[in-house]
Ligand binder design. Structure first.
Ligand SMILES: [Zn+2]
Length: 496
């Protein structure tokens, strides 16, 4: 049958594209971990070459013909092949709808902008970065128009990172969350007033940190025969290919929690990658569904599990074997030190509760910038005013204000909301897992994580891109995403 051949050709091409993508992700991993500094120019050439090759073979006219043949033959209704055809159509349309000159110009401008942003941040002068940011916004708006949108230009960008998400629905969810958080944070904060900020500062040898990180990642179920942990400036996790998952962390010998919680976070991403169906590698059914759902996995292991009292009841004595200084610290004191709630200026240093207000602020600003409601030059004033409303603090300078994040300099508009969607959905998934497994809490108390990992594998990992994120949440938890479960989780956690 013609459609049978078209489907096979389409999947073969999809797998070829994945061979290229996984090769570039390995090159990217190497660049962040082991590559000598002087290798950077040739690496950029390698990456550029592969990006071009990938684009070329994926946007070739025959790919569109294969997809159309599959659609005409009704394959979209097929349980196995339907999701692959639907998702490859999504990827193909986006790729062919972006004109090559726009791709090139965005690449050129964002490369310059990242340098300009670094300098502007160092000097805390928004004016230095503003002209390039303005250019990026203009190009990003053009890109959104090429991709197409109905209600808001911002929808086209958001949907790129979180398929199916819309700005109206996201604004409602985040608005609801912001209102509830603003009322709760002062109450939580009060409870931490007597906890010294640097209670855990001490001596933590790197080798001991590595050993402890590995012990916990192994307990979570990370397969070290199919993965590694290395060091990089910014921690990340890269699923290079089936049975090859690379995560990274960084080490501070005065504070083990930096590397430790980074490992828990990246390990959550890694377990998702290791839980994907390897038979489907290189096709949508073997790929993670979205950034937001990926982030549910990292946050769940890092926060719901890793910052809980039960977790440390089990692990603190074991941590004390690696770090004798911890033996003097009581369980309560330790738990308070790693959960301190306190409004602050920098997103990446924020605690679990205030973190999401940082995202609300960025979402509001970037949506207005893209929709043309806010001029680039007016960003610092708008940012600072809204920051004070949300956090009750006056932003002292642009470096601690609208210049702190790298995302916009790289053209990443629409990315920020996925962090909070991750937090909300993590709380909702964790609640569902506990509800559906009566014995689960008992296992977690004993430091046994197999059932939780298996639940996540069954309900999230193994589906790949079969369902859109919203359908996945509905299936796994019986409800669409809500802010309430995250709020309930915080209330229960900080009820002491
Ligand atoms: Zn993450």
């Amino acid at each position: 049958m013609k459609s049978e051949a078209a489907y096979n050709d389409l999947l073969k091409r999809s797998r070829e594209v994945s061979l290229i993508s996984s090769t570039t992700s390995l090159l990217g991993w190497d660049q962040e971990t082991y590559m000598p500094e002087a290798g950077v120019d040739y690496r950029a050439e390698q990456m550029g070459y592969f990006a071009g090759l990938r684009h070329r073979i994926w946007t070739a006219p025959e790919v569109g013909d294969w997809i159309k043949s599959c659609e005409d033959a009704g394959l979209l209704n097929d349980a196995e092949r339907g999701p692959n055809v639907r998702e490859l159509r999504r990827d193909y349309d986006r790729a062919v709808k972006t004109p090559p000159d726009l791709v090139e110009e965005l690449a050129r401008v964002t490369t310059m902008a990242q340098q300009s942003w670094q300098e502007a941040r160092k000097e805390s002068k928004f004016g230095k970065f503003a002209p390039l940011l303005d250019k990026i916004i203009e190009l990003t708006r053009r890109q959104a128009d090429c991709w197409g949108w109905k209600e808001s230009r911002y929808d086209a960008l958001l949907d790129y990172y979180e398929p199916g998400a819309t700005s109206t629905e996201t604004a409602k969810l985040l608005g609801d969350l912001a209102g509830k958080l603003s009322a709760l944070i002062p109450i939580f904060q009060k409870k931490f007033e007597k906890v010294p900020a640097n209670r855990l500062k001490g001596n933590y040898a790197k080798a001991e940190q590595q050993a402890f990180n590995r012990e916990v990642a192994t307990a979570f179920g990370f397969d070290f025969a199919a993965g590694r942990i290395d060091a990089s400036t910014h921690p990340f996790c890269s699923g290079v290919g089936p049975k090859d998952c690379r995560m990274t962390t960084r080490y501070d010998e005065t504070d083990f929690t930096d590397s430790f919680f980074s490992v828990l976070h990246e390990c959550g991403h890694g377990l998702y990658d290791q839980g994907l169906n390897t038979d489907h590698f290189g096709t949508p059914l073997g790929e993670a569904v979205s950034l937001g759902i990926h982030e549910t996995q990292s946050r769940l292991w890092e926060n719901q599990v890793g910052r809980s009292r039960a977790f440390w009841k089990h692990w603190l004595p074991l941590a004390g074997k690696h770090f004798p200084g911890l033996q003097k610290i009581g369980g309560d004191e330790f738990w308070l030190a790693i959960n301190r709630v306190e409004p602050s200026f920098i997103r990446v240093d924020a605690d679990e509760a205030t973190y999401n207000l940082h995202i609300v602020l960025r979402f509001e600003m970037e949506k207005k910038l893209i929709e043309g409601e806010l001029k680039t030059a007016d960003l610092p004033a708008a940012w600072n005013a809204r920051f004070e409303e949300l956090f009750g603090l006056k932003v002292p300078d642009d470096a601690r204000g609208c210049l702190q994040d790298i995302h916009w300099s790289g053209g990443g508009f629409g990315y920020f909301p996925t962090y909070t969607l991750g937090n909300l959905n993590a709380a909702q998934l964790y609640r569902a897992a506990l509800k559906q497994n009566a014995g689960l809490q008992g296992e977690l108390d004993r430091g046994a994580y197999g059932s939780l990992r298996q639940w996540l594998k069954t309900n999230v990992h193994q589906h790949g891109r079969r369902y859109l994120p919203r359908e996945l949440m509905q299936k796994a938890t019986g409800e669409p995403t809500r802010a309430d479960y995250f709020i309930d989780y915080l209330k229960a956690k900080f009820d002491f």
